[in-house]
Design a protein around this ligand. Structure first.
Ligand code: PMT
Length: 396
């Protein structure tokens, strides 16, 4: 595998040669690209010696097209350390030196960054916004970690150790995660996200803990890959900024059903990640129900329409239908049954037994089961990374 290690100007740059050494030891070919400021912390001779290849650091040397040949050569780009400056440049589309130019040209292949900076800088809203932007594009962040910083204080901002970064690189190589900007242009996809609320009266509802994070990550990843996305979401505080995502906000399962069945015939595929209530109260009072002495209250529940099963019935051979399964026991068998019963092409299983997976959290751990019997298990990853893995699997 050909790996490019990018180095920017932070004190942690002194650890970059060790990262290069570990990647070479794991059997990979490595070339380095450094900013001018990185070379204040680590020398050209060191980087060229450990990598065994010329260093790329001057945009205006070698006929000015070195960034193109290096992006063609590289199969993965790892930036360690990644300063607030390079993170901000990439998030804003700035290409004013060798490494930032390479980063913008390096599309369609995995990129990993290991941020390192002072803790106040790391906490700054601009840096956090830029990090979220890059994650949304499928760039994987490793660290930073909490610990002693070069400025003498303890806090969040310390670059992960070279062993941790190398392990992240190797795990990404073994699970084809991020290929942002893969060609889905001219395609339209439906995504459902979030919970549904089923009204009991004018102030109460039956709901669930879904935050919408998984579904919004799927919509963003599809849009970044070029698709037009119809995102039908239940109540959530999340917003989208991508121009190719058309968001429809609904409240109940029946509203989600109406929106999803309307747009599905115009779509190439659909991924249903919403946590839809299976039941709703048979009646909804138009006022706040009052307590009746010490008596309990009985709610009569009726079944909601099954959106996924309905789309399975509507599906044409040219369409791809992907469902989710949130299970607590007999996970694989239950997911397999849903796959067949609802006429799906893939089902994405997440288990509530896996720590860090499922409702509300920023991470997930899934098994993607295909109608053809294929099984792909992910480690615990950010929901953005899981979204890329799902999209790569169901569109390849
Ligand atoms: O939103 P987050 O906080 O990020 O959490 C993500 C998630 C845990 C909600 C998500 O990863 C997930 O697992 N979504 C599916 C949850 C669920 O309701 O699973 P289920 O096994 O009950 O439903 C199976 C499938 O049928 C799902 O694709 C669901 O969208 C669909 N369904 C269910 C009922 C119904 N009436 N209509 C449906 O379309």
């Amino acid at each position: 595998m050909h790996i490019v290690v990018g180095i920017t100007g932070g004190i942690a740059a002194y650890k970059a040669p060790e990262l290069v050494r570990l990647l070479k030891k794991a059997g990979h070919e490595v070339r380095c690209a450094a900013t001018e400021h990185a070379l204040e912390f680590v020398t050209r001779v060191t980087l060229e010696t450990v990598s065994g290849a010329p260093l790329y650091s001057d945009l205006f040397a070698s006929g000015r097209t070195e960034h193109i040949s290096l992006k063609d050569w590289g199969e993965m780009l790892v930036v360690a350390p990644a300063t607030a400056n390079i993170i901000g440049k990439v998030a804003s589309g700035i290409a004013d030196d060798a490494l930032s130019t390479l980063l913008l040209a390096f599309s369609g292949k995995p990129v990993i960054m290991a941020p390192a900076m002072n803790c106040e800088m790391w906490a700054h809203p601009a840096v956090q916004r830029n990090i979220e932007t890059l994650k949304g594009w499928g760039i994987r962040m490793v660290g930073p970690e909490s610990g002693e910083l070069a400025c003498g204080v303890n806090g969040m901002g310390r670059m992960s150790e070279p062993e941790t970064i190398a392990a992240a690189v190797l795990s990404t190589l073994h699970s084809p995660l991020s290929t942002p900007h893969s060609p889905l242009s001219a395609q339209k996809w439906l995504v459902t996200a979030g919970p549904t609320y089923e009204r009991i009266d004018s102030v109460r509802f039956i709901g669930n803990y879904s935050s919408g994070k998984m579904g919004f990550a799927l919509a963003e990843a599809l849009a970044n890959a070029g698709a037009e996305v119809e995102l039908v979401t239940g109540p959530t505080h999340l917003n989208v900024t991508h121009q190719r995502i058309n968001i429809r906000r609904v409240e109940s399962a029946r509203e989600m059903y109406a929106a999803a069945t309307e747009v599905f015939p115009k779509c190439n595929g659909a991924i249903l990640s919403a946590a839809v209530a299976d039941y709703r109260p048979s009646e909804c009072a138009d006022h706040k129900l009052k307590k009746n002495g010490s008596e309990g209250m009985h709610l009569n529940l009726v079944q909601n329409p099954d959106i996924l099963a309905t789309l399975g019935d509507m599906k044409t051979p040219a369409q791809t239908l992907v469902g989710f399964a949130l299970e607590t026991d007999n996970e694989e068998a239950n997911a397999q049954r849903k796959l067949e019963k609802k006429n799906l092409d893939y089902i994405v299983l997440n288990s509530l037994r896996d720590k860090g997976a499922g409702f509300g959290v920023d991470t997930n751990k899934v098994t993607i089961i295909g109608r053809d019997g294929s099984h792909k298990e992910s480690p615990l990853l950010s929901k953005q990374e899981v979204a890329h893995l799902i999209i790569n699997t169901v569109t390849s």
